[in-house]
Design a protein around this ligand. Sequence first.
Ligand code: ATP
Ligand code: MG
Length: 532
Amino acid sequence: TEEQDYRARVEAAELPEKVREAALREVDKLERTSEQSPEVGWIRTWLDTVLDLPWGERTEDSYDIAGARAVLDADHAGLDDVKERITEYLAVRRRRADRGMGLVGGRGGGAVLALVGPPGVGKTSLGESVARAMGRKFVRVALGGVRDEAEIRGHRRTYVGALPGRIARAISEAGSMNPVVLLDEIDKVGADHRGDPTAALLEVLDPAQNHTFRDHYLEVELDLSDVVFLATANVLESIPGPLLDRMELVRLDGYTEDEKVTIARDHLLPRQVERAGLEPGDVEVTGAALRRLAGEYTREAGVRQLERSLARVLRKVTAGVALDRAELPVTVDGGDLEGYLKSPKFTPESAERTAVPGVATGLAVTGAGGDVLFVEAALAEPGTGAGGVVLTGQLGEVMKESAQIALSYLRAHDERAATLDGRGVHVHVPAGAVPKDGPSAGVTMVSALASLLSGRPVRSDVAMTGEVSLTGRVLPIGGVKQKLLAAHRAGITTVLLPARNGPDLEEVPRDVRDALTVHLVGDVREVLELAL
Ligand code: ATP
Ligand code: MG
């Protein structure tokens, strides 16, 4: 009978002792339960799930660290720092394992590498490469939008439609007890009344606890101590502190245009040529075309849009050949792109935006990477903001305070600010629908307001970032590399940066640093001299 079948399967399986006992108890229960009872189905499902787990299955790790580095190099162009960091991680892990030392645990122990950066910079695909480099199975656990602890740890069996949690399912899917598990988008985990998934994740990631991980559905212990956990995130702000404490952060800030061209030529193009049903020799997309795609048809920190536009071009090549409008081989040069994709989507906009007094170009970091942002200042309608300031554009508290500080500073230092009395100012930061916050627009606010007061436009080739104090000191900000990459993408040539951010220029790629004139400023008076 089926019950004997289950007994035989349990006995044949390589189960840990406690799991075997639990499974046999369920088989006993199955034998005692009437065939009509709904419980029969539940017990069978549970047994199937437990027998499906890869108990005792392990893959042999690749011992060759140089080979691992070669795999990382083959899969991704550039990213030297990141690959170096991953290689160190693998080497240390390897050595500690060889010496029977186990994993480094606890707070800040760096048991989990977290790849942090804007969309399309290769975080998820690097995770896959790490698995390949180690010779391990790879599973991605998408955590975006997970709000329920049971998603991680499973539902108790008494719950109708109970399932194991995502961790247990990932192990099952991997088919080995030591896969690389990528906790993708860990910054998008939320909490609500159904419980906080963070607590469960903490346990999963804690080497002191995770060799006895208990899934609520399985009710048996799962040893996760041999799993390599990696995480990815766009931003750090939304990751709960205790989780962040367990992670070792590896930042990917985005690519320069040169890097994008290399990535496109060596990785995206070959893949998309194949997807379009073409052979490598069928189509040549020139370097000039790739550069225009990266610079004029897309504007992003990563390469996802670039890959999409490339896919669109190649699809049209394939269709053109099918319709006898073109013959293979086809060459796509820079000037041909209009024929495939219409006109470029992005032209430098700073010049026209800052043509009128009262507009200044700032630099910001959003979840999508670095970006230029414009601060617009205008006299408010009489009566609306009398003596004060009206703020629009979904500004957060800190950003609103920056506007107030900028105004107070100018009232104290610029006699023309008296013209504002009785007639407030209106400060707007487009795009109006995107929430923004942080103190780093301080210098941009002061410049926009000073430009409004003086009637002189802000220089259109200048972008700036920096917090301002009431006394006019320019204080350091974060995200220097992302901001400078964004300025360069947007065609800005001069950047004003807080003096104390000077050391951060080290991380900015050479070609971008060379293309930009960076002024380090300590006081807003210097900002105004350079910008107006
Ligand atoms: P998101 O935050 O949106 O999930 P991501 O950082 O996970 O983005 P991926 O999906 O890993 O981005 O990368 C997008 C695509 O770009 C992938 O096909 C990836 O292989 C490719 N890619 C990104 N960076 C590189 C690189 N340095 N070399 C080669 N390919 C790259
Ligand atoms: Mg991803």
